[in-house]
Design a protein around this ligand. Structure first.
Ligand code: SAM
Length: 270
């Protein structure tokens, strides 16, 4: 039976690819990719000649149907995104969902991802972290609500032309947190910068953004000791910080590791 192979490819350094991935790319019938030019560079480097079809954000409906047809006709298809691990902030996830809905076998061939690479390089406490990917422009307020009191580091992706605008937005909305900025990971111009949001803005104003960036936002320096608060005080804390009741309850449940209904029952009684 035919299979869809989801293949992780390099995020920069062309040699960061597994032997299994190269073997798969050689063996499948067709490679679906986000950008044929990008994938051709990789294939040429490894002397792999293969038919390519494009599957990206803007053609994913029709391209997805065509890939299903190929799978139905018994062809093995590999999918590679522009860089890194497919399905992490790219359209690969929709293709996997489509193949699953249609009961095709999927084999995963893991590869590097920009956010795991950045967090490993950062030297931060990485026992726990939050990955937010690209901030959805229409849901920026919700993003801030989620991370304002988040003690774990939060990782975001951003395009270079929007980077300064996004940092300006963070500077307006958060207390001056520390950041770790990683540029062009595994590439010739790899660079990183530690600083507060405002220091990072200053740095980027003097060194205009070029290339690809991962931003790690340090966790909130939250002096509030929730353990010493009652559940009611804890809910009040969030209400006083402009959260609506529903979000306040959700956050309290998360902070105390209890269910939302437990929080509801306490505030209901009072
Ligand atoms: N699937 C990819 C992964 O596994 O990380 C992410 C794809 S997403 C469309 C592209 C974003 O990832 C870029 O805008 C940038 O934020 C980040 N990125 C990808 N490669 C990078 C690199 N070499 N250095 C820094 N950031 C990178």
């Amino acid at each position: 039976m035919s299979k869809l192979f989801i293949c992780g490819t390099p995020i920069g350094n062309i040699k960061d690819i597994t032997i299994r991935c190269l073997e798969t790319l050689k063996e499948v019938d067709i490679i679906a990719c986000e950008d044929t030019r990008q994938t051709l560079k990789l294939l040429n480097f490894y002397s792999i000649k293969k038919k390519l079809v494009s599957y990206h954000e803007h053609n994913k409906k029709i391209a997805g149907e065509n890939i299903l047809k190929l799978l139905n006709s018994g062809k093995n298809v590999a999918y590679v995104s522009d860089a890194g691990m497919p399905c992490i902030s790219d359209p690969g996830a929709d293709l996997v969902a489509l193949a699953r809905e249609n009961s095709f076998d999927i084999e995963i061939i893991p590869g590097p991802s920009a956010f795991t690479t950045a967090i490993a390089l950062s030297g931060l406490n990485t026992k726990q972290f939050v990955f937010e990917g690209f901030i959805e422009q229409k849901k920026r307020a919700e993003f801030i609500n989620r991370i304002k009191y988040e003690k774990r580091p939060t990782i975001i992706y951003e395009a270079p032309h929007r980077l300064l605008k996004t940092l300006q937005f963070l500077s307006n909305e958060l207390e001056d947190r520390n950041l770790f900025l990683a540029r062009e990971l595994t590439k010739i111009h790899e660079k990183f910068f530690y600083g507060t949001i405002d220091e990072t803005i200053k740095f980027l104003t003097e060194n205009p953004p070029r290339g690809e960036y991962v931003i790690l936002i340090y966790g909130a320096k939250n002096d509030e000791n929730f353990d010493e608060m009652t559940i009611n005080e804890h809910v009040k804390f969030y209400l006083q910080n402009d959260y609506d009741l529903k979000s306040a309850i959700k956050n309290v449940a998360r902070d105390r590791n209890i269910s939302k209904s437990q929080v509801y029952s306490v505030i209901h009684k009072s």
